[in-house]
Design a protein around this ligand. Structure first.
Ligand SMILES: [Zn+2]
Length: 356
């Protein structure tokens, strides 16, 4: 090797080392969410701290799984309704199953947003301030606990991630059929990306959410806020009436892993669901009576407009009213407990839609 060649090779090697160094530096950056900091190849746990304000503070658990190889940041959250147990347990299992050595990019898992709901077994709301923890995004730095927690999650999770999955399930009083939501914003690129995710997730009933135009600030769900921020997002629901059936939990864990494969964060091929039942308009049927509720249909029942789907009696067993389907469609969930008061949800019925 002559001197000139040697010089060229040395320079080349030096620039390669420099390049490798800079690439290594980029992928070597720590990822921090709340008090959890993970280096490449590490799994870290910690808390998103919400300081006390007009009411008590809270510490929301977070798991950061940082892959050895670079890739996107996917956030998966659950438990904004703290008694939708199957979705919460699914994220515990997902965090356990994912090995940082095998993934590209970073998985941020927030398995239980609404700790007080979970601890006190209060469905739907945060018992600290009586608010729905999936309706106040992006939240407020100085509001009540739900607003401050939403604010912290907006800044530390939603702003940070590239993609989001929000998991739910039948709450204590909801008998639910597994389904996912595809938020349709009318923004072509965003909709194509979230459509790919929802088909990869694999649930065979998909509700089309019409999310045109920006949502009212401070009064929306985490998924709508994320979509408005340009992050492809899907929602998936499984589980019913406080149960933690293995099949429901598996469906959610497998779904998240399939989305990770679709996003090239995990190796392997995904077979997207081929012929899902697409559901358009979702109609909530409410009770116009206080009393004891008896369902006559199960989730996934196909009902005709006018069909009796349940009835309400007084506390002596006398029938007060039949509840009828206001439209033809598929029952996505129905009230699973006898407690019924005027205005409460009896069922949600979805109209079958053409494949979009
Ligand atoms: Zn929920």
């Amino acid at each position: 090797m002559d001197r000139l060649k040697l010089a060229v090779v040395t320079t080349l090697l030096a620039s390669l080392a420099l390049l490798a160094g800079s690439v290594r530096l980029v992928s070597a950056a720590d990822v921090t969410v709340g008090t959890a900091t993970a280096q490449p190849g590490q799994k870290a746990t910690g808390f998103i701290q919400v300081a006390a304000g007009v009411d008590a503070g809270t510490s929301i658990p977070v798991i950061v799984i940082h892959g050895l190889k670079p890739g996107p940041e996917l956030a998966v959250v659950a438990g904004s309704h703290g008694t939708e147990y199957a979705s919460i347990i699914a994220l515990e299992k997902l965090a356990e199953a994912i090995d940082p050595a095998n993934i590209s990019g970073t998985l941020i898992i927030v398995p239980l947003i609404n700790l007080a709901s979970f601890a006190q077994k209060v469905p739907h709301l945060n018992p600290v301030d009586g608010k729905n923890m999936n309706r106040m995004y992006p939240g407020k730095a100085d509001g009540t606990q739900t607003e401050r927690a939403s604010w912290a999650i907006s800044r530390q999770v939603v702003d940070k991630c590239d993609y989001l999955i929000d998991l739910h399930g039948g709450d204590l009083d909801e008998n639910l059929r597994r389904y996912s939501y595809w938020p349709r914003t009318g923004k072509e690129q965003l909709d194509a990306a979230s459509r790919g995710m929802v088909l990869a997730f694999g649930l065979d009933h998909i509700i089309i959410q019409k999310n045109q135009g920006a949502a009212a600030a401070g009064a929306t769900s985490i998924s709508r806020f994320a979509e408005d921020s340009g992050k492809p997002t899907i929602i998936a629901e499984a589980g019913h009436a406080g149960t933690t059936d293995a099949a429901d939990i598996d469906a959610l864990v497998r779904g998240c892993e399939n989305v990770m494969r679709h996003l090239k964060m995990l190796p392997g091929v995904v077979t997207p669901v081929e012929h899902p039942v697409w559901i358009g308009q979702l109609t909530t049927v409410r009770s116009d009576q206080d009393g004891i509720f008896y369902p006559l249909v199960v989730p996934e029942a196909y009902v005709q407009q006018g069909m009796i789907i349940g009835y309400v009696t007084d506390y002596f067993g006398n029938k007060l009213a039949d509840v009828t389907a206001p439209l033809s469609g598929v029952v996505t969930y129905i009230c699973s407990v006898p407690s019924m008061k005027k205005g409460d949800t009896v069922a949600n019925i979805g109209e079958i839609a053409a494949a979009p």
